[in-house]
Design a protein around this ligand. Structure first.
Ligand code: SF4
Length: 490
C-alpha cells in the first residue's frame, strides 16, 4: 500500500487539485441539473434533514434562520407544518412549502388555496432568469422566498450515469506508477469521507445526533434505489419516538408509515406465517393509522426493480427495525469511537436477527430454507464506510488508518463504469485499485467530479492533463507537506 497522508491532509490536497482543475476549465454546458433528475421529494428530504443548513439569505436579502423545521405534512396543504423561522430577527411560525420552481406555487393552485395561508417560507431550487416571481397567499400576503442551490454542495454532482467507455485519462493514468495512482485515490477518498462527515455533522446540528445517525443508517439500508424513500421514512418516524415504543409497535409504525400494510397495494401473502406476521403488524397499525398515515399523494414511492430479493425494501425495513432494538450500542460507537471498528460492528451485527425477516424476502414471500443474515458483508461495510467512520472521523481523525484497511464491496454499476473509464480493460489495475473500500470511494469521487460533469465525450475534461501535476507534486516531495511543497497548488 502507498504512503498515506494523515486525515484530513490528503483530503485538502485533493480539494485543491479539484478546485485548480475546475478553475481552469472552459464550461461546455450549462443549466445545472436537468429537471427530470431533480426530484422534489429529494429536495424536501434534504431540506428537512438539515442538509442545506439553517441560516440563509432570502431573495430580498433577508437573513433567514430556521429555528425549527416543523413536521412533514401528511395531508393536503404545505409540505411542512409547525415550522418556525426567524426573518431579519422576527420569529414567524407556520408552514414551509418546498418546490422545484418558484412558479409551481401558482401552477399548483396554492395562491388560491386557503390551506396555504399560514405559509411563512417558500423554498425552491429554481426561478426564471428574467422575471421576478413573488409568492402570494389567497389572503394576498407576501411569503418570504428562499432560493436553494441547484443541488446541495455537500451532496456533489447529480447521480447521472452516462454510458461507460474508456476515457481520455486512461493513457496518462496507465503511465503513473502504482503509488502515484494510489496517492490520488487516497486523497480523493479522504475528501469524500470528509464531505460525508460534514454532511452528518450539519444534519446533527440541524436535528439531533441520534436523528442524523438514524437517517444515515436508513439511507445506507435503502441502497441507491430506495435511499430517498428510507430518508423520508426516517424523518416521518423520528428515532426518539420509535425508541419510546415497544418493539412490536415500532415495527408496525415503520411498516405502516412506509405504506407496506395497505391491502390494496400489498401482494397476497403466500404462507400462513406471512399472513400471521402481517396480521400482527396490522393489529398495532390500525390503532394509530388515522393519525399517522400520509395522504395518498404523500405516500412514499418504493422501487423493487433491479434489486435482489434479499435487498427487497421490506426486508431492509425489517432490518432497520431490528437495528433499533440494538440501537444503544451503535449510538455509543458513533459517539465514542473504539479501536477496531470493523470487528466491533461485525460482532454487533451478529445479534441482528428476526423471527420473520431472517427467513423472508418480503411480506408476501415464502420462507427461505436457511436463515440469512439481515446485514450481509457488503451492507456492513457500507454501514461502516458511509455512517460509522464518517461520524467517528470528526471526533477521532486517527480513525483514517483503520478506514484505509477496510476491504472493498462487491462492484456495483457506478463503480464498474468508473473502473472501465479510468483503467479500461486492464484487469490487473482494475483489481489492484478496487481492493479496498477507500480506493473504491476515491474512484467514485473522481467519477462524480469529472466523468459526470463532462459533456464533451472527454474532449474538454481537464483531468488527464492535470494528472501530470499530481505526479510532479508526488515526486517533488508532497509527502513532506501536501500544500506547501507545491506552492499551494497540489
Ligand atoms: S470524463 Fe475525464 S475523468 Fe472521466 S473518463 Fe473522460 S477524461 Fe477521464
Amino acid at each position: 500500500m502507498a504512503f498515506s497522508l494523515p486525515y484530513p491532509r490528503a483530503a485538502r490536497r485533493y480539494e485543491v487539485f479539484r478546485q485548480m482543475i475546475w478553475s481552469q476549465a472552459t464550461p461546455v454546458a450549462s443549466g445545472g441539473r436537468p429537471d427530470f433528475l431533480h426530484d422534489e421529494i429529494e429536495v424536501q428530504t434534504r431540506w428537512f434533514g438539515g442538509e442545506y443548513g439553517r441560516i440563509f439569505t432570502g431573495t430580498e436579502g433577508e437573513r433567514i434562520e430556521v429555528v425549527q423545521f416543523g413536521h412533514w405534512n401528511r395531508g393536503a396543504g404545505p409540505d411542512f407544518t409547525e415550522a418556525a423561522v426567524r426573518v431579519d430577527g422576527k420569529l414567524c411560525r407556520g408552514a414551509v412549502e418546498v418546490d422545484l420552481d418558484v412558479r409551481n406555487w401558482m401552477k399548483h393552485g396554492h395562491a388560491g388555496n386557503v390551506a396555504f395561508n399560514g405559509t411563512v417560507l417558500h423554498v425552491f431550487t429554481d426561478q426564471p432568469a428574467m422575471n421576478r416571481v413573488f409568492t402570494r397567499t389567497e389572503a394576498n400576503a407576501n411569503v418570504v422566498q428562499l432560493l436553494l442551490p441547484q443541488y446541495s454542495g455537500l451532496q456533489g454532482p447529480p447521480d447521472f450515469l452516462p454510458e461507460a467507455f474508456p476515457g481520455r485519462c486512461l493513457a496518462p493514468l496507465a503511465k503513473m506508477a502504482v503509488p502515484e495512482v494510489e496517492s490520488l485515490l487516497l486523497a480523493a477518498a479522504q475528501y469524500r469521507l470528509r464531505r460525508k462527515s460534514e454532511r452528518l455533522h450539519v444534519m446533527a446540528e440541524s436535528t439531533s445526533g441520534e436523528q442524523a445517525l438514524f437517517q444515515a443508517v436508513a439511507e445506507a439500508l435503502g441502497f441507491r434505489h430506495n435511499k430517498t424513500a428510507m430518508a423520508v421514512l426516517a424523518q416521518r418516524c423520528p428515532v426518539a419516538e420509535l425508541l419510546a415504543m415497544d418493539p412490536g409497535e415500532r415495527e408496525a409504525r415503520l411498516f405502516g408509515a412506509a405504506g407496506f400494510l395497505e391491502m390494496d397495494l400489498a401482494e397476497a401473502a403466500r404462507t400462513t406465517e406471512a399472513r400471521q406476521y402481517r396480521r400482527t403488524l396490522w393489529d398495532h397499525w390500525w390503532r394509530v393509522r388515522p393519525e399517522v398515515e400520509p395522504a395518498p399523494h404523500r405516500a412514499i414511492r418504493w422501487r423493487n426493480d433491479g434489486t435482489r430479493p434479499l435487498n427487497h425494501p421490506q426486508r431492509r425495513l425489517g432490518a432497520l427495525a431490528v437495528v433499533l432494538e440494538h440501537w444503544e450500542r451503535l449510538w455509543e460507537l458513533w459517539e465514542k469511537p473504539v479501536n477496531n471498528f470493523q470487528k466491533v460492528v461485525n460482532n454487533w451485527s451478529k445479534a441482528l436477527t428476526h423471527p420473520y425477516w431472517s427467513r423472508h424476502y418480503s411480506l408476501a414471500s415464502e420462507a427461505i430454507p436457511k436463515p440469512v443474515r439481515l446485514l450481509g458483508k457488503d451492507r456492513l461495510r457500507d454501514l461502516l464506510g458511509n455512517v460509522v467512520f464518517p461520524g467517528a472521523i470528526r471526533v477521532s481523525p486517527d480513525r483514517w488508518q483503520e478506514y484505509e484497511r477496510l476491504g472493498g464491496v462487491d462492484t456495483n454499476q457506478k463503480l464498474r463504469r468508473a473502473v472501465l473509464r479510468l483503467f479500461g480493460t486492464d484487469r490487473e489495475r482494475q483489481k489492484l485499485f478496487t481492493r479496498y473500500y477507500h480506493q473504491q470511494q476515491g474512484l467514485l469521487q473522481i467519477y462524480e467530479d469529472f466523468c459526470l460533469e463532462d459533456a464533451s465525450d472527454c474532449r474538454h475534461c481537464p483531468f488527464p492533463e492535470q494528472l501530470l501535476q499530481w505526479r510532479t507534486a508526488d515526486r517533488a516531495g508532497v509527502r513532506v507537506d501536501p500544500i506547501q511543497a507545491t506552492g499551494g497548488i497540489v
